[in-house]
Design a binder for this molecule. Structure first.
Ligand code: RUQ
Ligand code: CUA
Length: 692
């Protein structure tokens, strides 16, 4: 063992010296050559650089864009972007502005690289506990990542993300960027954009997408939509120390059977409130199908759900709801206290505001005052003033109630502006200078426009279109750096485009999505160019990202290794952790327990003998404390693959139900002798031992 460590040191020191030489060489070679060449293509480059630009056919714009986003090898990105991975069930960690993919975090789907859900206890436990009873889900559709906040600002501690398909939520600890908990949210079946964290991380809010039969567990026909179906807004309480969801302190509010869509949290003056957009307030169930004539009866959902000119923005006072829960004015459902629709109306915590035709995004500006909605079928964004919303509530300035008795605020009293932004507006992000940036799905563009007089620069007119930039193609969300906080950073924006069509080399009918980096800094040296300057394309060839949040990288403090013997599930010492020399095998009847160490480049023990039918438990500890010294633990034909980060202890439990000789090996190319890092699991056929 000592000899092994010494060899490791030699390799590490050698690598450092080599690294220093390479680094030194590159540092000393980036001076101007001072030859005074004049530029030939207007980019102001000296001779050598000009020659490269000419050879590669770069325009001055290309060169400027490269400089804007380039992060030299070995340097770090200023921002980390967390992108939902859609139906890959994963979350992508991307450096910005370089747009380099740094990590894929498994959340709802087994992921072999991280050994998630393939035998190691931490991942298996999370996937198992994230399944409602009787379900065995092995995927999710990750739509909306939401970072934890303190005082309305990302604090770099935790990340949450919803599962669109199955109404669940995952919690990721940013210390190791691994998922720690999946919660199957009671009383909702699906969830979409109803996902945000409140300004001091009191709650993660997740609302239903399509309403479900109410109470859940009953059966009803979709023709009974209005009477028998309901949605719910869930306020999942977050433990202030661990970030985990504590269902005991969580609650729900019953919602009408509309299709609740995007949501956002109030902040600063609107803190304590939440906002959820909706469509299909028509409560159309879709078209039935006549089996005799093979024709649909009635309108398909898209027609039925688009009949009215207005749907409803839901305005919910969650702070006041806490008191209603504390007072016990709730009904227990699925283990959660639920404030019924009736109680919510009676207690005055739930209101509706008309929002134009089939709205999608609802976004609250950094001051918390302006609530921005965009109707997919309406070329405008509509802006409401939270102060006027408060006045209308106080004055009972209602234009009626919905079929469930929820008061509808007078549209004209609370609406302060409408901006004609273009075709198919979806989502809005903000800078700190009073501008909204709205994605235009149908137009494949982003519109920049001005908010109210109290926040815009002098000389600008409130609620007017300022600028547009084209993107490629079919933009869904967009995100600005630190964009959902009370103080966005005013420098970068990312367009999350659904289609890339012809932007990349053809790779078959399934195309990547396209993230596009847009520079929105003022006063950059780009005189005649568009202030929204499209700088870089990043194809995403995994899953289908929907939304991202972008945080200053230095706000996160990830661990470099786990402290020796850490359980990745709890981030606490693992009860079965060992140090080198503590390896052992114990047999008790049919139970075989192994305490195994791994380090470069061996497993101890590396021959395991069991008998067919034995219950095998292997506690594997990566006893290394060297940064990046990850080892894998994979057993052939047993569908076991774990990733053991330095310092980590994990448990692998299985029944040795296949007899034979099975190779196990380290899946990470960890060392010069990585290929030698393997061992044998011998499962002796039960019959061999079965004496007369
Ligand atoms: S919403 S389809 Cu985030 Cu535009 Cu999901
Ligand atoms: Cu350890 Cu390869």
């Amino acid at each position: 063992m000592k000899k092994h460590l010494r060899l490791t040191m030699v390799v590490v020191v050698g690598a450092l010296v080599l690294g220093a030489l390479v680094f030194g060489a590159s540092c000393s070679s980036d001076d101007d050559d001072g030859d005074g060449d004049t530029p030939t293509n207007g980019a102001g480059l000296d001779g050598d650089l000009q020659a490269i630009a000419d050879e590669r056919g770069f325009t001055p714009d290309d060169i400027r864009h490269a400089l804007q986003s380039f992060v030299p090898p070995g340097e770090y990105d200023e921002y980390i972007m967390f992108a939902s991975g859609g139906h890959s069930g994963q979350i992508f960690v991307i450096g910005m502005p370089s747009m380099r993919l740094l990590k894929v975090i498994a959340a709802f789907s087994p992921e072999p690289w991280q050994g998630f859900g393939l035998g190691a206890d931490w991942g298996d436990t999370i996937l198992e506990e994230g399944n409602a009873e009787g379900l065995d889900l092995t995927w999710g559709d990750v739509h909306h990542p939401a970072l934890s906040e303190t005082a309305g600002d990302y604090d770099g501690r935790w990340l949450y993300a919803n599962d669109r398909a199955n109404g669940r939520m995952a919690m990721i600890d940013l210390r190791d960027m691994r998922v720690k908990q999946i919660v199957d949210v009671p009383n909702i079946q699906t969830s979409h954009g109803g996902m945000f964290v409140t300004p001091d991380s009191e709650y993660a809010m997740i609302s239903s997408k399509f309403p479900m039969v109410w109470p859940p567990g009953d059966y009803a026909d979709v023709s009974d939509y209005e009477a028998k179906f309901r949605g719910a807004a869930s306020y999942l309480a977050l433990d202030p120390d661990t970030g985990q969801v504590n269902l005991d302190d969580s609650f729900q509010i019953e919602l009408p059977p509309y299709t609740q869509d995007l949501a956002d949290a109030g902040k600063l003056i609107s803190s304590g409130w939440s906002f959820i957009g909706s469509f299909n307030t028509e409560m159309a169930p879709g078209a039935d199908f006549d089996v005799d004539t093979d024709t649909p009866i009635g309108d398909p959902l898209e027609i039925g759900a688009s009949e009215e000119n207005f749907d409803y923005l839901h305005v919910i006072n969650w702070k006041a709801a806490e008191q209603i829960v504390a007072d016990g004015k709730t009904t227990e459902m699925g283990g959660l206290p639920v404030i019924t629709l009736e109680t919510a109306v009676a207690e005055g915590i739930f209101y509706l505001i008309p929002e134009p035709k089939s709205p999608h995004g609802i976004d609250v500006d950094p001051t918390g005052r302006y609530l921005v909605v965009s109707g997919k079928l309406d070329p405008t964004t509509t802006i409401y003033d939270f102060e006027k919303v408060q006045e209308a509530i106080a004055n009972e300035d209602f234009e009626g109630t919905d079929p469930f008795g929820v008061p509808i605020l007078n549209f004209d009293s609370v609406m302060v502006g409408q901006v004609e932004v273009g075709l198919g507006p979806l989502h809005t992000q903000f800078d700190s200078k009073g501008h909204g940036y709205t994605s235009l799905f149908l137009e494949s563009a982003i519109a920049k426009w001005s908010l109210g007089d109290d926040v815009i620069p002098s000389g600008e007119t409130a609620f007017t279109l300022q600028d547009k930039v084209n993107v490629h193609f079919n933009i869904g969300h967009l995100a600005t750096a630190e964009g959902d906080t009370v103080s966005p950073d005013d420098n970068w924006m990312v367009a999350l485009n659904k289609w890339s069509i012809d932007r990349y080399a053809p790779i078959g009918p399934l195309h990547p999505q396209n993230f596009q980096l847009i520079d929105i800094k003022d006063g950059l040296a780009m005189a005649e160019t568009n202030p929204m300057d499209l700088v870089y394309d990043m194809p995403i060839g995994i899953g289908e990202p929907h939304y991202v949040q972008i945080i200053k990288a230095d706000k996160i403090a990830p661990w470099e290794t786990y402290p020796a013997g850490t359980d990745a599930l709890t981030m606490e010492p693992h009860s079965e952790a060992i140090v080198s020399g503590g390896e052992r095998i114990e047999r008790d009847g049919n139970n075989v327990t192994v305490w195994m160490s791994v380090q470069r480049s061996h497993f101890v023990p590396d021959i395991l003998r069991v008998t067919e039918g034995d219950n095998v438990t292997i506690y594997v500890t990566n006893v290394e404390q060297t940064r990046d010294a990850t080892h894998g633990f994979a057993i052939a034909d047993y569908n076991v693959q774990g990733s053991l980060e330095p310092g980590e202890t994990a448990t692998f439990e299985f029944v040795a139900d296949k007899s034979g000789v099975f190779n196990f090996y380290c899946t990470e190319f960890c060392s010069a002798l990585h290929l030698e890092m393997s061992g044998w699991l011998l499962v002796e056929p039960a019959s061999v031992n079965a004496g007369p």
